[in-house]
Design a protein around this ligand. Sequence first.
Ligand SMILES: CC(C)(COP(=O)(O)OP(=O)(O)OC[C@H]1O[C@@H](n2cnc3c(N)ncnc32)[C@H](O)[C@@H]1OP(=O)(O)O)[C@@H](O)C(=O)NCCC(=O)NCCS
Length: 179
Amino acid sequence: MLCVLRCFMEKIMAVEIKKVKYLPELRKVAELADEIWHEYFPCIITEAQIDYMVEKFQSLDAMCRQVEEQGYEYLAVYDDEDLCGYIGIKPEKDDRLFLSKLYLRSDKRGKGIASLMLDRVAEEAEALGKNSVYLTVNKHNDQAIAVYEKRGFEVSELVVTDIGSGFVMDDFVMTLKLE
Ligand SMILES: CC(C)(COP(=O)(O)OP(=O)(O)OC[C@H]1O[C@@H](n2cnc3c(N)ncnc32)[C@H](O)[C@@H]1OP(=O)(O)O)[C@@H](O)C(=O)NCCC(=O)NCCS
């Protein structure tokens, strides 16, 4: 039992979550986004919609615009110095933090790393004086919804958003109230 716990802690200790400050690192995050989206989402949306959404929301150009013009911040997740995930956040003008992106490469899932990522999101929100975190998640993305529910998020709304070119996002809004 102790050995299992130690192995788990060693695994977790190797995880580092760092704010992305420079373009070359953001470029690597964009490459990872492309990989994760094409691996994960074919069971939920079409390849055409994946291509469209990656270009519109997760390409290097799109992420640069979000950072420079819309107040987004990206955090890169490293496990043993291997870039394997990323977080995108945006403080709203009110008392909420928008968790725009939370993604992990497939070989790193199911190990508790997302819990560390969500802890970090809550820390960022608290440091900004926010009292809740909200996100949108495709209503068929059962695994992500289960993770968010386990971590205390609750569905607060159902939204269908027209994102152009004949595509829509069919999402739940989920909210976590911070103490
Ligand atoms: C969403 C994502 C980041 C979650 O990462 P993960 O590695 O699967 O999550 P973790 O293993 O860290 O689990 C996080 C918590 O949820 C729990 N959990 C995981 N799967 C669960 C399930 N099916 N049911 C209930 N709880 C679950 C874990 O036990 C853990 O809770 P704990 O820390 O209190 O023990 C990852 O699955 C992913 O990148 N998916 C593809 C992209 C995506 O859908 N992103 C979200 C877009 S909105």
